[in-house]
Design a binder for this molecule. Sequence first.
Ligand SMILES: *[C@@H]1O[C@H](CO)[C@@H](O)[C@H](O)[C@H]1NC(C)=O
Ligand SMILES: *[C@@H]1O[C@H](CO)[C@@H](O)[C@H](O)[C@H]1NC(C)=O
Ligand SMILES: *[C@@H]1O[C@H](CO)[C@@H](O)[C@H](O)[C@H]1NC(C)=O
Ligand SMILES: *[C@@H]1O[C@H](CO)[C@@H](O)[C@H](O)[C@H]1NC(C)=O
Ligand SMILES: *[C@@H]1O[C@H](CO)[C@@H](O)[C@H](O)[C@H]1NC(C)=O
Length: 494
Amino acid sequence: MENLAALRPWLCLLAAMAAAASWSGVARVEALGMNWGTQATHQLPPKIVVQMLKDNGIKKVKLFDADQSTLSALAGTGIEVMVAIPNVLLDRITDYDTAKEWVRHNVSRYNFDGGVTIKYVAVGNEPFLAAYNNTFDKVTFPALQNIQNALDEAGLGDTIKATVPLNADVYMSPTDNPVPSAGRWRPDIADLMTQMVQFLSNHSAPFTVNIYPFISLFLNDNFPVDFAFFDGGATPVLDNGVQYTNVFDANFDTLVAALKASGHGDLPVIVGEVGWPTDGDKHATNVYAQRFYNGLLKRLAANAGTPVRPNQYIEVYLFGLLDEDIKSVAPGNFERHWGILRYDGQPKYPMDLSGQGQNAMLVPAQGVEYLPRTWCVVNTESPNMDKLADNINFACTFADCTALGYGSTCGGMDSNGNASYAFNAFFQMKDQADEACDFQGLARPTQTDPSTNTCNFTIQIATTSAAAGHRRPIGVAAAAAVLLFLAQLTILLH
Ligand SMILES: *[C@@H]1O[C@H](CO)[C@@H](O)[C@H](O)[C@H]1NC(C)=O
Ligand SMILES: *[C@@H]1O[C@H](CO)[C@@H](O)[C@H](O)[C@H]1NC(C)=O
Ligand SMILES: *[C@@H]1O[C@H](CO)[C@@H](O)[C@H](O)[C@H]1NC(C)=O
Ligand SMILES: *[C@@H]1O[C@H](CO)[C@@H](O)[C@H](O)[C@H]1NC(C)=O
Ligand SMILES: *[C@@H]1O[C@H](CO)[C@@H](O)[C@H](O)[C@H]1NC(C)=O
């Protein structure tokens, strides 16, 4: 979608543009879903998360698996759920008996009074992402067919639909005519997309797309910042008399054009992921995130729709609910900071899910237990100060140091500051084990909070096993073995 940015400006934006849409619609909180990812070293207990969803009136969640403890916590709440089959399982699901077993085990099992309200099965997660080099091209469509057929056979097909959440990079508009109405499927998967869309349509299943205005900005220094938001200020893009003032609408309508060209212009579209991160990049800040959601939520509440699908309710899942400290940072350091809430369920900035723009905070997670208020910082008296860089590198290989980069909340510290941040991140990740605050004598524990106005030195949450492990004295050799094991595990998880 970066192509749009290259367009020559034709008209100055009328500041009143956004105001032209009507905000008078009834708030549609039921429109709003949350992506609940769990790629974190320390996860909040599912029961606490579910209570927090209820406290905030959130009625839909999208998962990235079908984890039993998560689904058990959701049972009886009436919260609508999208369960998911990870990409690595798609190959196996191309076998119909395996697909039936998956549906029986992860869907049918919860289908009882007081069970889980499953609405969708996500077959893979962005399997056609260009970066995956077509790895999942052959398995995704057969897996989609098998899962929907298995749902039909189990008598669930009318209420539970299989869908494939896709990145917006499955469609594009040509460089010589970069307007939404020219949207078509990416050439390498065009036939596949056409067939898949026909299958979805045959089964009254929705198309699911993930749209990231933040990434447009991140990838292209020339992208006009205001075009990523909804409050005007950007030069509109003109498309056959239609004015686009934000990249979300332009992106969504590019998809609608591609669907139309495949003969299914009216296929329902779910936005599976949309959101804004708060750290790890110069544009990933609380201020920008608040601005983005404020604009987005107002439009959703007003059922504003998009220029080619105006005045429509759009089913949207925000990405994401919580920060995840072991997400891959291949796309960028911001990946671990997508949460509208911190890792511990504390809100980061005001957000009104009803779309009325009130300056209120979300209800935080209740009853969260933390490790003791002990941090790990650099010991500047150490004779090993020449080994500081190696030890920082070691800590950051395993722990989350993404807040240290340029333009991030902890950027711009001196090397001692960097060391303290890295050592503490590692120490917390290891549940404050004594041995995890040594670093060849370069580190020492402290009860004094080293946080600054902008940079948080966090205390991790106590997971059940962590709390138990903390109390149990363990021998140094055993601890070293555990540390090594955890290190290897962390590598595997990446
Ligand atoms: C889903 O079902 C299969 C059985 O076919 C099982 O092996 C798997 O653990 C279940 N859960 C998830 C999260 O896939
Ligand atoms: C895709 O191909 C590129 C270039 O050949 C390579 O660098 C990258 O590791 C590949 N990615 C995957 C997921 O295979
Ligand atoms: C969709 O349904 C039509 C009409 O029943 C059928 O001809 C077509 O093969 C189906 N397409 C797919 C991809 O399932
Ligand atoms: C601190 O760490 C960041 C991120 O790794 C790095 O860019 C910066 O140069 C470091 N600062 C010093 C003084 O070492
Ligand atoms: C640091 O964490 C505390 C505790 O959750 C929170 O209240 C505070 O807003 C955070 N500060 C920053 C700068 O993120």
